[in-house]
Design a protein around this ligand. Sequence first.
Ligand code: SIN
Length: 380
Amino acid sequence: MATAHRTDRPTPCRSTLTLLAMAFVLATAAGAGAQEPTTDRESAEARDADALPRVTVIGTGGTIAGTSTTRTSFQSYRAGQLLIADMVDDLRPEIDEVAEVTAVQFDNRPSGGYGMEDYFELSLAIDRALETADAVVVTTGTDTMEEFVYWMDLTVRSPKPVVFTGAMRPWTVVGSDGHANLFNAIVLAASGATTCYGTVLMLNDEFHAAKDVWKSDGARMDTFISRRFGALGSVDGPRVRAHRAPPRVQHCDTPERWRTPFDLSGITAEDLPRTEVLIGYQGARLDEAVLAFADAGVRGIVNAAGGISAEAREAAEEKGVVFVRTQRLRSGGHNLLPQKARLLLLLSLAFAEDDEQAQAWFDEIGAMDFEAFDVPVPEG
Ligand code: SIN
């Protein structure tokens, strides 16, 4: 809970980050039945309290790793060309004042080139890195970054900071946003400000919650928007400010509630069922698509805005298809964007004992909020 109120953080603070992560580790150990404190704690104690935070930067490609045709060809470039180790080196020596940075190359592709099996492996890679690092930064393309961050938010087990970043301009043009975004993402991760926030997205000096954020523009650097809730906070030079927090921080002291049921270490990528999205529109007739999906073995369909008849739905349900509803709206209460609803449905179906449990998880996790304060309203 404490993290929700930690604002105006002037410098990366090693000791606070360590304390929060240790509190979670100890709570996990206590919940697991009087285990000895983990090696995380021992190594944290053994290290010098003034040592810089250790941040692992995982590169996956995208525009941020792009090389432009000329120094001013902002829109003409090849994404996913540069190695993350070289990009981190470009930020030296300044970044060495912020954190002890290690670079790991996961792959080097546009964001749309990744599938569910890659998401699966990336999530495990992040948790592996967090066994020794204090925080992780991941660079990806921005086109599907909102899906990357929501998947990681749902699956990463560690409460340590996980920060995604990218760029709207390739690394090699004048005025690229890539350098500042990568630098600020490392500052944010090293600060520890987002411990227990889950995965966040940092671009254009602002960081956003995984569930709320979406890409709104194909060219502008302020492309990422968090619907009507707004950004979580900002990074201005060394100063990290948090204005609000995702609801899951309220469970920071109880790891079994903070973590989702989606522990990927217990399954394989082949266990992930196929789930698809159908977008409704005026006069839509989606029955043929529904029946084709059912015949192809699809297990879950996100129905955004209707257009499916009761007959087609029943025929698909008989073949084992589970339907969930969401809306096309970018904003509005607990509404999940269709592409994020699909990820939550996929994971719910992969882990639930039965379809009722999958539906219950979908409703509960997709709509998580701060615990409500019910005010008695006089009736009559
Ligand atoms: C991509 O998503 O890989 C390309 C676009 C971008 O990174 O902004």
